[in-house]
Design a binder for this molecule. Structure first.
Ligand SMILES: O=c1ccn([C@H]2C[C@H](O)[C@@H](COP(=O)(O)OP(=O)(O)OP(=O)(O)O)O2)c(=O)[nH]1
Length: 157
């Protein structure tokens, strides 16, 4: 069963009332990054490519994005409670403008400020701090809790 937005909101900070939706909580964009080198997924380990943080366009007062693949960093600290799994969907208005946010699995026990793949298919402007995605929680069985390399990422920022 998917949980109500009010339940998800109890596991995010900061969160404003306008972010809380019937079935989840909207996530805001804190930064948009562009990989500057090649990453690598190995049989044993991985290398996450260096990235550069994009500046906003001073006239548009927004990130002005041409089609391409970007990393969106979310503004909220997220904790996935035991007995649950998280997924992120694009905000429908983002998708209706021709862009997508892709999610991997958000594991039970993870805590941090995560990232998503922002796939821009049509030119778009996104203001810093704008709501771009929605996090939902589903109840789930799990074996142990998340202890991987991204545990606790950017909690202090
Ligand atoms: O779209 C997503 C999905 C997940 N996460 C966070 C929560 C998740 O629990 C954590 C690790 O994801 P995953 O287990 O897929 O990472 P990995 O590539 O297998 O690395 P590791 O083995 O170090 O965990 O990253 C995100 O930031 N964005």
């Amino acid at each position: 069963m998917f949980r109500a937005g009010s339940f998800v909101a109890d596991h995010l900070t900061p969160v404003t009332p306008e972010q809380v939706q019937p079935n989840g909580v909207d996530l805001t964009v804190d930064a948009i990054l562009e990989p500057t080198e090649r990453g690598r997924i190995g049989r044993d380990g991985k290398h996450v490519a260096d990235r550069r943080e994009l500046d906003t366009d001073p006239d548009a007062e927004a990130y002005v994005l041409d089609p391409g693949g970007y990393i969106a960093r979310y503004g909220e600290r997220i904790r996935i409670p035991e007995g649950h799994i998280g997924f992120v969907y694009p905000r429908s208005s983002l998708m209706r403008n021709g862009s997508m946010l892709h999610t991997a699995v958000w594991d039970a026990g993870y805590e941090g400020r995560g990232e998503g793949l922002l796939a821009v298919h049509r030119p778009i402007e996104i203001e810093p701090g704008a709501r771009i995605a929605q996090l939902v929680f589903a109840e789930a069985n799990h074996d142990g809790t998340y202890e991987g390399s991204y545990q606790g990422e950017r909690l202090e920022e």
